[in-house]
Write a protein that binds this ligand. Structure first.
Ligand code: SAM
Length: 247
């Protein structure tokens, strides 16, 4: 079977269910590492209009609405995910759109904040999307996104199927592009970019990198000492905050 892309993986009934079940444990790295770092980079959201690219089940949208954002719009390419998001956000002001990020129409100067969590490493061509995001942000607006860390996306040769990884291989780090890897028991295609690549892509649009995180593990969120030590071995996520200059 051909490798699944980022929409096909989340659309298939079995892989969607396995992924959602993992997230529902509350113990996935997204919950215990990435979300805190993301919140920190995102900052104050009260009164802002927020667009979420690859919104998944929309649960972060609910949190942003609870924190007082003026509006939340999520886009996702998986019909299954958008259905879950619409259901979870029913009764709120949220708008959930089904469609590819690559084709989503972005009006100019329409958003204060554009976010994307753990989605851009599924995207083949990020440059054109960042250019459209830059134009879609109001002056002073910000883009905050997280991706799988480049030391993870560069090479999956040391990744056993269905087991905890005990060692990692960093290889072909400076070779950007597609990587096939095993994920939740199937073969998927993700896209590797170095930290420098992300930095350059951001600066090639009308945005400037303002801050960065690597989702440093905390004992508060990972109280089991063995799990905490394991999570301290290698970075899993890279998060960047980019800002649109005034004018
Ligand atoms: C890892 S999930 C993350 C979901 C959510 N942002 C979160 O952090 O919980 C990635 C999401 O991106 C969506 N996605 C991947 N590639 C996409 C594309 N090209 N266009 C739109 N959505 C895409 C998938 O359907 C999936 O819901």
């Amino acid at each position: 079977m051909a490798a699944l892309n980022g929409i096909e993986f989340f659309e298939r009934e079995d892989t969607h269910a396995a992924y959602q079940a993992r997230r529902a444990t509350g113990k996935a790295p997204n919950e215990v590492m990435e979300e805190d770092a993301f919140d920190e980079l995102l900052g104050e959201v009260a009164g802002t209009d927020i667009l979420d690219l690859g919104c998944g089940d929309g649960s972060y949208g609910r949190k942003l609405l609870d924190r007082g954002c003026a509006s939340y719009t999520g886009v996702d390419g998986s019909a299954r995910m958008t259905e879950v998001a619409r259901h979870g956000l029913s009764g709120t002001q949220a708008a959930i759109c089904h469609g590819r990020i690559e084709h989503f129409a972005l009006a100019e100067r329409a958003w204060d904040i554009v976010i994307s969590r753990m989605t851009f490493h599924w995207i083949v061509e990020l440059g054109p999307i960042l250019a459209r995001v830059a134009a879609a942000l109001r002056p002073g607006g910000r883009l905050v996104f997280s991706v799988e860390h480049p030391v993870i996306t560069c090479c999956s040769a040391a990744r056993p199927d269905g087991e905890h990884r005990s060692h990692w291989l960093v290889d072909e780090y400076f070779v950007p592009g597609a990587r096939t890897t095993r994920w939740f028991g199937v073969t998927v295609e993700k896209f590797h970019r170095s930290i420098e690549d992300y930095f350059r892509l951001i600066h090639a649009s009308r945005l400037r990198v303002a801050d960065l995180r690597e989702a440093t593990p905390s004992e508060r969120r990972i109280p089991d000492p063995a799990e905490y030590r394991r999570r301290c071995r290698i970075p899993l996520m890279l998060l960047l905050r980019a800002e649109r200059e005034g004018g």
